[in-house]
Design a binder for this molecule. Structure first.
Ligand SMILES: [Zn+2]
Length: 449
């Protein structure tokens, strides 16, 4: 007997980009039947009036094993997250993978090894302004190789946070990724707002090393009117055969920690950001709009809190996400209940609602493909991202009429409010969301490359 059957759903076949009426049979975490005939199972889910899609693969996250964030992702139909982004991986990968597999996690997890941490830290480059010596670069290359052997799916960079890093250092580590056929996501180095040289750097690394580069949270980097020009640079690089893609989110207003170089006073002044553009996302002052006094107080006494910076224009979001080589991503961080940025709970339902329903920029099949099979292929995750026989039973069911994000910015409401219209989510054949309720299941596995 099958463990779970999903009957009468409209199944989104992301490979053929067609919607088909099929019943899905699941056993031992795997899709074992796709049939027009009714199926018998211990649990039968009625998919009448619902779409059945492969679970989203969120290629840009910072959950890094944080449980609540995993549940917020699951509630959106995300069944796999990629952590260790923006040059920062806070864990030892080998131990992390073993520990997470022992404890279980709401969704599947893949990890990148971070350039800043652990690599730069491990060779003594603890100051982000320090330039690496040739020997240190050699040591970092060796450590990166070890991490890739331990199962990291690539090396991530957060060049904004490491002003002292030379392009030689990036190329050296990208070459290591190229050796392994793995990916290099880059949070680009914006010296000032509107800095397109930062994108040129990434393209140049792809050209000189042959590495597969991914520009992280593209709209966060190039909003404020630069998106069309930034896209045309990427298109030219791709037309020359370089492997460069992007992931991008559903908001222009990004968030990072107050203690980063991004929020150094000098950088704030250089970018001409006003205090009113900043809202505190976490901690005692959550929801407060920044003032000069609060900024100095928080830098001194609350440096680890997240700040949301408001900038850019909404149309820039859609320019990025309608491209055939862009993938939707959340940039979700590890925040406590009631805190953070709405991207942690709203990104994916908002993506479907805006891109498919409201603006009709993508067909439903194309939109789902860009968040499932496309990332599975780019990251080379086997048996993921599609509803096919023998594939992992990572799925979600949604009501296209009802689907909507409810998460708000911290000064307006709850950033972690769960979306509506997603009644069922399965991770490796186990219900992580059942009738719209989080089951607190822990069926996610680590994806070791
Ligand atoms: Zn980033």
């Amino acid at each position: 007997m099958l463990t779970i059957a999903i009957q009468n759903g409209n199944v989104i076949d992301v490979r053929s980009k067609k919607i088909v009426k099929l019943n899905i049979g699941i056993q031992d975490g795997v899709i074992v039947q796709l049939s027009e005939m009714p199926l018998e199972a211990t649990r039968v889910i009625d998919g009448t009036g619902l779409y059945v899609a492969p679970g989203f693969i969120d290629v840009h996250g910072h959950l890094d094993g944080y449980e609540y964030g995993g549940e917020l992702s699951a509630m959106q139909g995300v069944t796999t997250t990629v952590g260790g982004n923006c040059g920062y991986c806070p864990v030892q990968l080998k131990e992390f993978f073993d520990e997470q597999d022992r404890r279980g996690y709401p969704i599947n997890q893949a990890m990148l090894v971070g350039h800043d941490a652990p690599l730069r830290e491990a060779v003594g480059l603890t100051d982000p302004h320090m330039l690496a010596e040739p020997e240190q670069i050699e040591q970092m290359k060796e450590l990166a190789r070890q991490a890739l052997r331990d199962g990291a799916c690539g090396v991530s960079f957060g060049l904004d946070y490491v002003p002292g890093c030379s392009i030689e250092e990036v190329k050296a580590l990208a070459s290591v990724c190229a050796e392994f056929g793995r990916i290099c996501p880059v949070h680009t180095r914006l010296l000032v707002e509107n800095d397109l040289y930062s994108l040129y750097e990434v393209i140049d690394v792809a050209r000189q090393t042959g590495a597969h580069m991914l520009v992280s949270h593209f709209v966060y980097q190039y909003c404020n009117g630069m998106v069309p020009q930034a896209i045309s640079m990427l298109e030219k690089a791709r037309a020359r055969g370089l492997k460069v893609e992007m992931d991008s989110g559903m908001y222009t207003n990004w968030s990072t920690y107050l203690n980063t170089t991004t929020f150094d006073l000098q950088n704030i002044q250089m970018n001409q950001w006003s205090w009113e553009q900043m809202v505190v996302g976490t901690g005692t002052y959550r929801g407060k709009v920044m003032t000069e006094e609060l900024y100095h107080h928080m830098r001194a006494y609350h440096p680890n809190e997240a700040i949301v910076l408001f900038e850019g224009e909404e149309w820039e979001i859609y320019e990025c996400l309608k491209l055939p080589y862009s993938m939707p991503s959340s940039d979700a961080g590890a925040y406590a209940v009631g805190e953070g940025h709405p991207q942690i709970a709203g990104t994916f339902p908002r993506y479907i609602r805006e891109m498919v329903k409201e603006r009709k920029l993508l067909t439903l099949e194309e939109a789902i493909y860009k968040g499932t099979l496309l990332p599975a292929e780019i990251f080379d995750f086997e048996k993921k991202g599609s509803i096919e026989l023998g594939y992992d039973a990572d799925l979600f069911l949604f009501d296209l009429d009802q689907i909507r994000d409810m998460a708000q910015y911290p000064h307006l409401g709850a950033p972690d409010a769960a979306p509506e219209g997603i009644p069922y989510v399965l991770v490796n054949g186990v219900l992580a969301v059942d009738e719209g309720i989080c089951t607190h299941s822990r069926s996610g596995k680590c994806i070791r490359k």
